[in-house]
Design a protein around this ligand. Structure first.
Ligand SMILES: *Cc1c(COP(=O)(O)O)cnc(C)c1O
Length: 421
């Protein structure tokens, strides 16, 4: 079958050898997935999920049982008082913007103690001016950068916390930066430090790409809110849209009042038939995340053994599903992405090309053959065509697909003479 899918004997043999060296780590990933699977099933049982939860609700969505029970399931799984899980939350950025704008008031200050936040949040906060930013509403922003080695600058974080500091935002995943992603334990230490200086400050964690990578979540170590996208990990590849916020009763009520309207809150917002995919996707998410993690580790080890810089490296512990591979040339980035595309179940016959994209200062090439548009829990890769010519790669709904994608990317590099095995 590999031959039929365009993988040569040499590439397959190379990949299988790397895979053999990773079996112990894969077993550990499976153990985490097993634990998280039980956690989700337990929550679903405790919340008495039943067939009526999958019913179609329209209009105002008063007493939409499926929606309300799903929010209980998220809260139980993540050990929070409450959750907001809605198709009306359009993406991760929207969920984060909602959590921030709902819990901050004019005159308050937002602090990021982990350096620059994810690109799209710059306009939300007003770091880059934008209509309707927090800055326009009189909310100020402070940032404390990480040390060179990615550790927290506790001294300057302490100095940055003042009587206006209302909310601290902590991004778990590196996103598209080169800093390390944080473990849940590290996040817990940072939260404890912040709360030791100012106990009533709200600690929010951008949990994108982190859900179910470990057996605990930031909400288990003191986060007042965790926030993410359903077309990443917790949607399990089935959710067609959506975002979630899980946290304290008070924070979530503020979010609900902001999402719909003061007074209406969680009571409105019909789920419009997406509930089965939300439940089933959440149920599948621990194993889907495990497949994506194996893919990331497989890619790291393949490309590291060929001499390319990879972040995280082949042996580091994992705190999210993103893998960066520095290929060093535009041709390398393009070949890698063409390989990922060629391995997709959808749109495999098209060939991605670098192009100018809004919000980027160089051409970008993107590969994705996904069932859900833009879903990055599905196998996908993209790379800006500029030094150091790195490609960011994530997802894979199954380990077998992730493996095929990575082998196909390697095949493309070999065919073009960019790599010799
Ligand atoms: C993806 C991501 C976001 C934004 O989510 P979108 O769904 O793309 O809007 C925010 N933060 C991090 C760390 C992310 O990975």
């Amino acid at each position: 079958m590999y031959q039929k899918l365009g993988i040569s004997k040499e590439v397959l043999a190379f990949g299988e050898k790397i895979e053999q060296s990773l079996l112990e780590r894969f077993a550990e990933i499976d153990r985490v997935a097993e634990y998280n699977q039980l956690k989700v099933i337990h929550a679903m049982q405790e919340c008495r999920v039943n067939e009526s939860c999958f019913n179609y609700a329209s209009g105002y969505g008063y007493s939409d049982r499926g929606r309300d029970v799903l929010e209980e399931v998220y809260a139980k799984t993540f050990h929070t008082e409450a959750a907001l899980v809605r198709p009306q939350i359009t993406c991760g950025t929207h969920a984060l913007a909602l959590a921030l704008s709902a819990n901050l008031r004019p005159g308050d200050e937002l602090l990021s103690p982990v350096g620059k936040p994810y690109d799209t949040l710059e306009e939300v906060i007003g770091i880059r001016p934008s209509k309707g930013s927090l800055a326009e509403y009189g909310i100020t922003y402070k940032q404390v950068d990480l040390f060179e080695d990615g550790s927290f600058d506790y001294e300057n974080i302490k100095k940055a916390i003042n009587n206006k500091t209302k909310l601290v935002t902590i991004q778990r995943s590196k996103g598209y930066q080169t800093r390390p992603s944080f473990s849940v334990k590290q996040i817990g230490e940072l939260i404890a430090f912040v709360k030791s200086i100012k106990p009533d400050v709200i600690c929010m964690v951008d949990n994108c790409y982190g859900e179910f990578v470990e057996t605990i979540e930031p909400s288990d170590v003191g986060a007042d809110m965790i926030v993410g996208s359903l077309i990443k990990n917790p949607g399990g590849g089935l959710a067609p849209i959506g975002g979630y916020i899980a946290g304290t009763e008070n924070c979530i009520e503020n979010c609900a009042y902001r999402l719909t309207s003061p007074g209406l809150g969680k009571e409105v917002g019909a789920s419009l038939g997406v509930m089965q995919s939300f439940y089933q996707g959440f149920f599948l998410s621990p194993t889907v995340v495990a497949g994506a993690l194996k893919g990331a580790i497989f890619a790291a080890n393949i490309y590291e053994s060929l001499g390319f810089p990879v972040i995280p490296n082949g042996s580091e512990s994992r705190h999210d599903i993103i893998q960066a591979v520095t290929l060093g040339t535009p041709e390398g980035v393009i070949a890698f992405c063409k390989g990922i595309q060629a391995a997709a179940p959808v749109d495999s016959y098209v060939s991605p090309e670098p192009w100018a994209m809004p919000g980027y200062d160089s051409d970008v090439i993107m590969a994705a053959g996904a069932f859900v548009q833009g879903s990055s829990i599905e196998l996908s890769a993209d790379g800006p065509i500029k030094p150091p010519y790195a490609v960011y790669f994530q997802g894979g709904l199954t380990w077998a697909h992730a493996k095929l994608g990575i082998l196909r990317s390697l095949e493309e590099l070999v065919r073009r003479g960019l790599v010799t095995l």
